[in-house]
Design a binder for this molecule. Structure first.
Ligand code: 5GP
Ligand code: ZN
Length: 112
């Protein structure tokens, strides 16, 4: 499958990987929107939030465990934001489920 984040997760396309295991890969966003901005993806292809089902949802819990660990490692003691854009209206541009983790500055709310 011609999927950018499948290729990053399998090291076919290089990225700055912060963490990986059998299930997930976390890597720096190529166009950071905050001093800390990384993405966490499942290694298996799931297109977006809308494709989460009972059969594939265990990895989502694991992703959030990894996020908490990485945010501690990155020193984000003042907080951070986790975002997953879904579909056209959600602003998704890469069709492989990913969670943005943003921190290191105060973030505006609500989003535009
Ligand atoms: P989305 O718009 O789908 O929520 O987020 C896609 C994210 O992937 C964007 O923040 C974009 O900067 C990032 N991105 C796109 N292409 C690449 C790439 O080749 N490498 C990395 N590390 N990030 C990418
Ligand atoms: Zn994929």
């Amino acid at each position: 499958m011609d999927c950018l984040f499948c290729k990053i997760a399998s090291h076919e396309i290089p990225s700055t990987i912060l963490y990986e295991d059998d299930l997930v890969c976390a890597f720096k966003d190529v166009s950071p929107q905050a001093p800390t901005h990384f993405l966490v993806v499942p290694k298996t292809h799931i297109a977006d939030l809308d494709e989460i089902r009972e059969e594939n949802s265990a990895v989502i819990a694991h992703i959030f465990e990894v996020i908490a660990k990485l945010c501690k490692e990155q020193g984000l003691t003042d907080g951070y934001r986790v975002v997953s854009n879904c579909g056209k209206d959600g602003g998704q541009t890469v069709g492989h489920l990913h969670f943005h983790v943003l921190g290191g500055r105060s973030l505006a709310w609500p989003p535009g």
